[in-house]
Design a protein around this ligand. Sequence first.
Ligand code: MF3
Ligand code: CO
Ligand code: CO
Length: 269
Amino acid sequence: MRYSTQLDHGKPIPLHDAAGFAAMRAAGRVAAETLDFITPYVKPGVSTAELDRLCDQFMRAAGSIPATIDYHGYKHASCISVNHVVTHGVPSATKILRAGDIVNIDVTPKLDGWHGDSSRTYEVGAVSILAARLVRTAHQAMMAGIAKVRPGAALGDVGAAIEALARAQGFSTVRDYCGHGIGQVFHDTPQVLHYGRAGTGIVLEPGMIFTIEPMLNAGSFQVKTLPDKWTTVTKDRSLSAQFEHTLAVTETGFEIFTLSALNPAQNPA
Ligand code: MF3
Ligand code: CO
Ligand code: CO
């Protein structure tokens, strides 16, 4: 593996080779297939602990290890974030999904030492028009960010495209959490902000691999973390939705590693 001559916050940015791409394709596929697999279970009455158990089982059966377990003391195979929970929702046997909820499930299987990281926001039964618009816009914003990815583009182009989509619908983008480089390291350089100014920031080069994972809030962008040190919620308790893909910069554009049968390119999940 080589490194870019650009630094992100003083740290080198990996440029992955063909072997890295092949390994990331395999890890990304497991992440996407886990999110496909869990889809029919996301129904009223299920607990988030049960969804976590099923994701854990699926990732292990696919030959991977859930990378979130024991990551900075986290104890679960997934993060499951319901309604006003923005990210890092902790699975619980007492958190039961109800019709009308929106729920993000985020999984990071580690396969042969490489990480595939992806999340989707699912609708539980029929949801409000506002919730459906938030979920659709979050997916559109992620894809608009991805569409900017090619050699010579700047990470600011990605953030600006995401923010523009969100604002056009009256939504805000979370600033306290960002996408990240990924490979054999779970959270690597570069940081991928979901806001910004076009033409600014790191210039993309073939071989960079990172996630794009915007969190959109129906109200203010402000968030706070609960005393459990993980669960992050909107300060105003407004709804929040998120999608995440793992992708690479190629010679001509991008390659998404976390596509699947149920979530093909460009289609809302
Ligand atoms: N999968 C999350 C991400 O997208 C990180 C979860 S770390 C955990 O980066 F410890 F909270 F699981
Ligand atoms: Co991520
Ligand atoms: Co993730």
